[in-house]
Design a protein around this ligand. Structure first.
Ligand code: IPM
Ligand code: MN
Length: 365
């Protein structure tokens, strides 16, 4: 059965980088015997400005007919901040139950890190961010607004169910990595309720089911310091939503910045034939739609191409599709073969055109 990918190129440079990533997909499908079907969707700022629709139930139902969603970038200067973030990105995460946000932090050869004396051996870990709970639930509200007695609350939510499924996923990732090391990042000294649920679940699950994995715990403030001072101490990080949002930006920065950061919003239990299983996973380069350089063939498609590699390996792993895993690895190897050509250059003004970079990847495949 064909692997069905829904693309959401979105706005600005999102369209260009998805176009180039799909060229790479086409080039890898044949030699890997990968049966794949791609269907584009026009969600994003452009459609919103024209129709007022961001993402409605009919759109979600269409997306659920696919195995994975591949998103370029959304955003436009004429759309008020928050509309697409909440109405599209967060809505997909919640409505499709994408409960894992997977963000690899790996410094590739030839890519510059702002950290002095750190090499590709030092910056190589995976962040697993819980993606459906915590402060992102938006529980709370504002009362007595615009009075001196105004009160606003936004509660931190941790359910044993939500925490446990994220932790179990993280242990499974840790198991596949040679160092067998996992670090929980939280702030248990202050967040004594949510932190406690996380801390107990982490240790109970680890002790019962993953005794071979070494467990560590860091407060989030200390983690920020270590990410800059000694990132080599991390291998697999498991972290709640809000802290995960923050530390993964720090992670992206030390691994070369937004030009290269890939991410997956995963629903590992999704099954196209089971309507109670949520929806497909969504993969996106972390960068935005860069309206300033849009349409000029200047965007760097490396993050999108690396995201495609993540899509294929993760969906392949979840669905036991060996051709997809193999195609994903092949793209990853091509990325690793091409990044040395960026030595001494920046990713966003490298001098290479968007389509040229994709051609370099295709040649390396
Ligand atoms: C991210 C982004 C989103 C988040 C925003 C755009 C809602 O910062 O994917 O990290 O906070 O999760
Ligand atoms: Mn973020």
């Amino acid at each position: 059965m064909a692997l069905k990918i829904a693309t959401v190129p979105g706005d600005g440079t999102g369209v260009e980088v998805i176009d180039q990533a799909i060229r790479v997909l086409d080039a890898v499908a044949k030699p890997e015997n990968l049966d794949v079907a791609v269907t584009p969707f026009d969600f994003g700022a452009k459609r919103y400005l024209e129709t007022g629709h961001v993402l409605d139930d009919a759109d979600l139902a269409e997306l659920k007919k696919h195995d994975a969603i591949f998103l370029g970038a959304v955003g436009h200067p004429d759309v008020k901040p928050g509309i697409l973030e909440r109405g599209l990105l967060l809505k997909m995460r919640f409505e499709l139950d994408q409960y894992i946000n997977l963000r690899p932090v790996k410094l590739y050869p030839g890519i510059d890190t702002p950290l002095a004396r750190k090499t590709t051996d030092d910056i190589d870990f995976i962040c697993i961010r819980e993606n459906t709970e915590d402060l992102y639930c938006g529980n709370g509200g504002i009362a007595r607004i615009n009075t001196p007695q105004e009160i606003s609350t936004q509660e931190m939510i941790a359910t044993r169910f939500g925490v446990e499924r994220a932790i179990r996923f993280a242990f499974e990732i840790a198991k596949t990595r040679p160092r067998k090391l996992i670090t929980l990042v939280h702030k248990t000294n202050v967040l004594t309720h949510c932190g406690d649920t996380w801390f107990r679940a982490f240790n109970e699950i680890g002790e019962a089911d993953y005794p071979e994995i070494t467990r560590e715990y860091h407060h989030v403030d200390a983690c920020c310091m270590y990410l800059v001072a000694k990132p080599e101490i991390y291998d697999t990080i498991i972290v709640p939503n809000m802290f995960g949002d923050i530390i993964t930006d720090l992670g992206a920065a030390i691994a070369g910045g937004m030009g290269i950061a890939a991410s997956g919003n995963l629903n590992p239990r999704f099954d196209r034939n089971d309507p109670t299983s949520g929806g497909p996973s969504m993969f996106e380069p972390v960068h935005g739609s860069s309206p300033d350089i849009a349409g000029k063939n200047l965007a760097n498609p490396l993050a999108a191409i690396d995201t495609l590699s993540l899509l294929l390996t993760e969906i392949g792993r979840i669905q036991s599709n060996d051709a997809a895993i193999s195609a994903g690895k092949r793209i990853k190897n091509a990325v690793l073969a091409v990044t040395p050509q960026f030595t001494g250059k920046t990713l966003d003004r490298s001098g290479y055109k968007c389509d040229e970079i994709a051609t370099m990847i295709i040649d390396a495949l």
